[in-house]
Ligand binder design. Sequence first.
Ligand code: ATR
Length: 282
Amino acid sequence: MPVDKNLALSGVIGDPIAHSKSPIIHNFWLRKNNLNCFYVPIKVSKGELEKKIICLKELGFSGVNVTIPHKVDAFNLANEVTEEAKRVGAANTLYFENNLIIGDNTDSFGFKHSILRNFPFYNFKKEKVLIFGAGGASRAVLSTCLKEKAKEIRLINRNKQKAQKLKEKFSESLIIFDWEDFSSALNGATTIINTTSLGNLGCDTFPFDLKGINKNAKGIDLVYNPIQTSFMKKAKRENIKCINGLDMLIYQAIPGFKRWFNKKPVYSKELLELLVKSLEKS
Ligand code: ATR
């Protein structure tokens, strides 16, 4: 069904979905751009994905964001996938166009732009990057670091086998460390990135002390709830600048909004504050 971009529909599908921050972001941009369009959260349980996607397509949706637990299934369901989705092996954004489902992954875009916003002179080529975690989020971060030709990429994960698999998939140049050998991994690193769920509300806190870290190192946590994460607190103790995952959350939403609603949204402090307020309330 051809979609009038002025009346476009989109949303986010997942389970659970009530706490998703995506509706706040997209509805903020819709208001700012005076667009008479809608973005809604839709609960879709595991096993229902295909049926619901077809239904949304039929209803005239322009596409959707995809969150837990559907990112890999959405990638497999898509008729076409972008290069980035292929690299990550998961889709967090779908476009319904010309009767096709196109799968994209915008986490790498979000990650890169959140770094550039917070560290304006950041140059991947000069950085020795240490990544904690080997799950879905780690793949997007790895993909960016490789594309931007980081000087060195180190990977450390509780389950070392998962890190080894990423090395096989992405690049022989990755240096894998044992979880117990954290201090060797940290030694000389100039960027440290937490892609694990450690520090998320309801999860264990980030366990390592960052003592001995390079004094000019930069910290990036993908966790944003709570706003002051345990990883950030550890970094603060060592006087390291460290950001949470809120800016990445905002930036990863840009490509979908642009393509569904035909308008390029802009990052704004007002939106960031809105998200912070909603997290403080929850
Ligand atoms: P996401 O898509 O958000 O990356 P994921 O694919 O489930 O989620 O990955 C979760 C990451 O957090 C993994 O790297 C996981 O480590 P394991 O591969 O060893 O499971 C990491 N993680 C979760 N809980 C952890 C904990 N208590 N200690 C250490 N690492 C943990």
